[in-house]
Write a protein that binds this ligand. Structure first.
Ligand SMILES: Cc1cc2nc3c(=O)[nH]c(=O)nc-3n(C[C@H](O)[C@H](O)[C@H](O)COP(=O)(O)OP(=O)(O)OC[C@H]3O[C@@H](n4cnc5c(N)ncnc54)[C@H](O)[C@@H]3O)c2cc1C
Length: 455
């Protein structure tokens, strides 16, 4: 079948306005804001219903055309740029908020619902509830974020966002629709079990196991007030102990340790960004008092900021482009990774060395996940998109960071292809066999985002 015939079939499914192989439109989908090289895309299609997704998957199977599901496309690590060409299936038109359950506290939404959309909806109609969402631009999808084990403002208390998924509706690689979680047998999408938990099959799978069309994600109470209690740490080795003591108080809602050598006052220190919430100023004041005491006990220094800085730190999402060095043209990519808490001091030192080796201002952040059971450590490297050598330097820095993370016993997160290869090399051989077997059974034609997690 020719490309024109495939396009015409896709147009029959979604309408002429929502399928394309125009070069100009494909160009946008052939790259992302990170340092990955552009790759070929053959078609982009924007379905609106689960039935349309099924039909697209069936055509892809019939013609053995790869499909890459895409939400906001903002992982930075090239995950939605096809490795072997084919169809990018953009979920942005699947944007219905189907149900907010206030009592069991979950949102049932379509895969293309963005974090900005759900936050606005809750602010307007359910002001006492908040979703888990990342510090990323509001155009990212909640599905895309939860499916890659994202993290955000609620992660210290409640864990990473994949653990907050209650249920999924998935179009499997054969085009059948499958519900996973309590929704497989109940009208309430309120829990993953107690049946064999297959949700993990679809998380951090990068679209290789199927296309998620609906997701139920937990919602959380939203206290009226929020504030930040900043601390300075001189001796990096004290970080794990301090974090353990702070998380044991059950006070911080979000806890990050940042290292940035710009602005100048941050040089030489790790900065503790500790977010607290409450329903009254008295509550915030008493929490602050306990935390300051904890700082003193653990050799950290409380830092009072001028009011304008508080406004910046309390923004949600934070002005994300801060991670980029504007003087270098504004581009950045980071290696995010999951690391054991005890390895954070070493990771900070080693990532700083890598930055300096490549002439990049060191910028890092560690977000504590689930009271310190895990840490999302991110080392960010800025680059000037107009300078190819500069981009190559950032690529090398990212690669060395992946290696460093693996050496320390951590795992690169939402990893680009080169990082995935490093992970696969280290994997238990039987894990690889299991993964390969599951993929073969689910996707015998190898159409689901081939090239990713290829073992
Ligand atoms: C400035 C900036 C700040 C960021 N800060 C954070 C942060 O604080 N926390 C955080 O977690 N992340 C952060 N990120 C990373 C990333 O943007 C987010 O994790 C984002 O939520 C990913 O969602 P997305 O919709 O862009 O996913 P996409 O990039 O569209 O997709 C991510 C992966 O999921 C797959 N996928 C998407 N939709 C589906 C579907 N329906 N079915 C099956 N597979 C699917 C894709 O194929 C891809 O592999 C940040 C990014 C930027 C640019």
């Amino acid at each position: 079948m020719s490309k024109i015939e495939v396009l015409s079939k896709l147009e029959d499914i979604v309408g002429k306005d929502f399928a394309s192989n125009n070069r100009e439109e494909l160009f946008i989908y052939s790259q992302d804001p990170g340092v990955s090289h552009p790759r070929q895309v053959d078609y982009v299609v924007m379905p609106e219903t689960v039935q349309e997704v099924q039909q697209i998957v069936r055509i892809a199977n019939e013609k053995k055309i790869p499909i890459v599901p895409m939400g906001g496309g903002l992982t930075l690590s090239g995950l939605v740029i096809p490795v072997k060409g084919g169809i990018v299936l953009d979920t942005k038109r699947m944007d219905k908020i189907i149900e907010i359950n206030e009592t069991s506290r979950y949102a049932l939404i379509e895969a293309g619902v963005t974090s900005g959309q759900l936050i606005s909806h809750l602010r307007e109609k359910y002001p006492d509830l908040q979703p888990p969402y990342p510090d990323a631009p509001p155009s990212v999808t909640l599905a895309g974020n939860a499916l890659i084990h994202g993290s955000g403002y609620l992660s210290q208390k409640y864990g990473d966002h994949a653990s907050m998924i209650n249920g999924l509706e998935v179009v499997l690689p054969n085009g059948e629709v499958c519900k996973v979680g309590s929704c497989a047998l109940s009208k309430y999408w309120f829990t993953r079990g107690p049946i064999p938990d297959l949700i993990g099959l679809f998380t951090s799978a990068f679209g290789t196991m199927g296309i998620v069309t609906k997701i139920s994600i937990k919602l959380f109470p939203k206290p009226k007030l929020r504030n930040i209690v900043i601390g300075l740490i001189k001796n990096l080795d004290t970080i794990p102990g301090l974090v353990l003591n702070l998380t044991a108080t059950d006070i911080p809602e979000d806890l990050m340790v940042a290292l940035a050598e710009k602005p100048d006052f941050m040089k030489g220190y790790a900065i503790l960004l500790l977010y607290i919430t409450g329903d009254s100023q008295d509550e915030l004041d008493s929490k602050t008092k306990i935390l300051k005491k904890m700082y003193r006990k653990n050799k950290a220094t409380f830092m009072k900021l001028p009011p304008r800085y508080y406004d910046i730190f309390l923004e949600q999402p934070q002005f994300a482009a801060k991670a980029a060095d504007f003087r270098k043209g504004g581009g950045f990519e980071y290696v995010g990774s999951f690391l054991p808490l005890e390895k954070i001091p070493a990771a900070i030192e080693k990532a700083r060395d890598i930055s300096l080796k490549y002439g990049i201002v060191p910028t890092q952040v560690s977000r504590i996940i689930g009271r310190g059971h895990n840490v999302m450590f991110a080392a960010s490297y800025s680059f000037n998109r107009a300078d190819l050598d500069d981009m190559e330097r950032a690529r090398k820095a990212l690669h060395e960071t992946n290696e460093m993370v693996l050496e320390l016993g951590g795992i690169p997160w939402k990893s680009e292809l080169a990082g995935q290869k490093l992970i696969i090399e280290k994997m238990d051989p039987n894990y690889k066999i299991l993964l390969r077997t599951i993929r073969k059974v689910l996707d015998p034609n190898g159409i689901m985002n081939p090239g990713n997690w290829e073992v």
